[in-house]
Design a protein around this ligand. Structure first.
Ligand code: MN3
Length: 200
């Protein structure tokens, strides 16, 4: 069985950039529903219920076909949000140093150019989806995905993700996704992103 992880900080901890009410609904309703629907879809498929969510998504093509779409949407939702809560933190932001900082400079030219390209991926995603910084064979890339698709489904490891579904920002930012993205940089937990970079 998969379970809903607690937020690693209070609902209001990311104020003023992400508001308390959005965090409550996003975690307690949206993420909780992905977990419940994932578990429901896998009733009777115990071997799939006992692996990590990352392993499950990497092996999505082997999931029984009659439940695969549900697992893709809800398993993706569970993995994506579990990462999303971790790569944000209060009093965060700034920019990464060390090996990750250097890898970003090497891949994208500079941190500012990285931010620009990443924001463009988030803005360019039509409708609901995510922007990602992913690793594949030690190489960083920016991508975006539809719905709850994860880079894990393509064999890449996401180390930073931005939820651009309207439910992530609509209460505070209404239709102005660009302002949400601009403010989101203030809560990116680069220590956690660097940890994931090192681990991959
Ligand atoms: Mn979401």
């Amino acid at each position: 069985m998969f379970s809903l992880p607690d937020l690693p900080y209070a609902y209001n901890a990311l104020e003023p950039y992400i508001d308390e009410r959005t965090m409550q609904i996003h975690h307690d309703k949206h993420h909780a529903a992905y977990v419940k629907n994932l578990n429901d879809a896998l009733i009777g498929h115990d071997d799939w219920l006992s692996m990590s969510i990352e392993e499950l998504l990497k092996n999505l093509s082997k999931v029984p076909e009659n439940v695969r779409t549900k697992v893709r949407n809800n398993g993706g939702g569970h993995a994506n949000h579990s990462l999303f809560w971790q790569i944000m933190a209060p009093k965060a932001g700034r920019q990464p140093g060390g090996a990750l900082g250097k890898a970003i400079d090497d891949a994208f030219g500079s941190f500012a150019q990285f931010q620009e390209k990443f924001a463009a991926a988030g803005m360019g995603r039509f409708g609901s989806g995510w922007a990602w910084l992913s690793l594949e064979n030690g190489k960083l890339s920016i991508e975006d995905s539809a719905n709850q698709d994860s880079p894990l489904m393509q064999g890449r490891t996401p180390i930073l993700g931005l939820d651009v579904w309207e439910h992530a920002y609509y209460l505070k930012y209404q239709n102005v996704r660009a302002d949400y993205i601009k403010n989101w940089w203030n809560v990116v937990n680069w220590d956690e992103v660097a940890r994931r970079f090192k681990e991959s």
